[in-house]
Design a protein around this ligand. Structure first.
Ligand SMILES: [Zn+2]
Ligand SMILES: [Zn+2]
Length: 330
C-alpha cells in the first residue's frame, strides 16, 4: 500500500510524504521539502526517508532542506535526491552551508540525480569529504521510470514552469494475494502451507493433514491485486496542449495530488507564471479519469473564505476533489 500524508497547511509550503509498504519492506519518499513541512513528522521517520523527490528548486519547494539534511546527512544507508537538471549543483551548495570540521568521522553518502528528459545524470557526495566534491556517478538512459525499489516504481513527468519542473507518478507492482473468500469457500484453514503456496511450491502440499495438488490450490486461491498508485504534479503550465499531453500519462492513476495555485478567474496570471488554476487541474483529472483529486499548494493571495469557493469550482468539474483533511476546518 501507499500511505500518504500532505505536509504543511493551506497557503503554506506543502510536501507529500509517502511510505510504500509491501508488507515485507518499506520505501519512504518525500516529495518536495518547503519550509517547516517536516515539523509534524517524527525525526526517526525523516531519518528513515530514502528518497527526496524535488519537483524543482524554487524556494517554496526546497526551503526546508536543512531540516531534512539534519536528519539524514550521516545515515548508514545512502540518501538519494532527485530533481530536474541543476539539482546536484544547487544541493551541492546546500551541503556546503555548514562547518564540517568533524567530517573525517562521518560515513554519510548522498546521490543526487539530475533527471533530464531521456537520461539521469548522477553525482555522489561523501560526508567524509565534507561534501566538497560532486563525484560524477555516471549517466543512464531512462524511459520515464527513474527509480524502482522492491516496493514502488517512480516515473518522472516533465512539466513546463519557466524551465523544467518534474511531476512524479508512484506505482506499486501488482501482487499475488490469497482470495480469502475462496479460502473460506473451500473450508481450508490458513497455515504455513499458504506461505509455501505463495512461494511457488509445486507437487503436493500438506494442508492441515490433507494432501492437495499445489497447482489446483493456486488456481483456486491466488489472485492478482493491482497495486496502488498516485501522481504528484505541482508548479506547471496547464493549457490545452499540456492537458492533451498529460492526461494519457495519468490514466490508471488512483489519486492525483496537484497544485491549486490560482482561482479560475485568475487564469491569465496562472498562464503568465506557468502555474494552474483549480479548474484546469480538475479538468485534467476529469480527462484522465482519475478517481480522486487532492488539491494543495494554495496561493497566499486568497482569503480563507475563497478556498471553499475554489474547491466548489473544481468539484463542479471533477466531483471527487478534496483538500487534505483539516484544511477547511473552522
Ligand atoms: Zn511552488
Ligand atoms: Zn515554482
Amino acid at each position: 500500500m501507499l500511505r500518504t500524508r500532505v505536509l504543511g497547511g493551506p497557503a503554506e509550503d506543502n510536501a507529500l510524504w509517502v511510505v510504500a509498504d509491501s508488507g515485507q519492506g518499506q520505501t519512504r519518499l518525500l516529495l518536495d521539502c518547503g519550509a517547516r513541512v517536516l515539523d509534524t513528522l517524527p525525526f526517526a521517520e525523516v531519518q528513515a526517508t530514502d528518497h527526496l523527490l524535488l519537483s524543482h528548486l524554487h524556494m517554496d519547494h526546497v526551503g526546508g532542506f536543512d531540516d531534512f539534511f539534519r536528519a539524514t546527512f550521516d545515515r548508514a544507508a545512502p540518501t538519494h535526491a532527485w530533481g530536474p537538471p541543476g539539482t546536484a549543483r544547487i544541493l551541492g551548495h546546500r551541503f556546503q552551508g555548514f562547518w564540517w570540521n568533524h567530517a573525517p568521522e562521518l560515513r554519510g553518502q548522498w546521490f543526487v540525480h539530475d533527471v533530464h528528459d531521456a537520461h539521469v545524470h548522477s553525482f555522489r557526495f561523501e560526508a567524509q569529504e565534507a561534501f566538497a566534491v560532486a563525484h560524477d556517478a555516471g549517466t543512464r538512459p531512462h524511459d520515464g521510470t527513474i527509480l524502482t525499489t522492491p516496493e514502488v516504481h517512480v516515473q518522472a513527468v516533465p512539466l513546463e514552469h519557466h524551465g523544467r519542473s518534474l511531476g512524479f507518478i508512484l506505482r506499486e507492482e501488482s501482487r499475488e494475494r490469497v482470495n480469502t473468500a475462496a479460502l473460506a469457500g473451500l473450508g481450508l484453514r490458513p497455515g504455513p502451507w499458504l506461505a509455501a503456496l505463495k512461494g511457488g511450491a509445486t507437487g503436493d502440499i500438506d494442508v492441515n493433514d490433507q494432501v492437495h495438488p499445489a497447482d489446483t490450490l493456486r488456481a483456486a486461491l491466488m489472485e492478482r491485486a493491482t497495486g496502488e498508485s498516485l501522481a504528484y504534479l505541482t508548479d506547471f503550465l496547464l493549457d490545452g496542449e499540456q492537458q492533451a499531453r498529460l492526461a494519457p500519462l495519468l490514466r490508471g492513476v488512483q489519486t492525483l495530488y496537484a497544485e491549486a495555485q490560482y482561482a479560475p478567474e485568475d487564469h491569465a496570471l496562472a498562464a503568465r507564471h506557468e502555474h494552474t488554476t483549480v479548474t484546469q487541474v480538475a479538468a485534467l483529472a476529469h480527462a484522465a479519469d482519475v478517481p480522486a483529486l487532492t488539491l494543495l499548494h494554495l496561493s497566499r493571495r486568497y482569503r480563507a473564505e475563497q478556498w471553499a469557493e475554489m474547491l466548489q469550482a473544481a468539484k463542479a468539474i471533477h466531483p471527487h476533489t478534496r483538500f487534505p483533511d483539516g484544511w477547511l476546518a473552522g
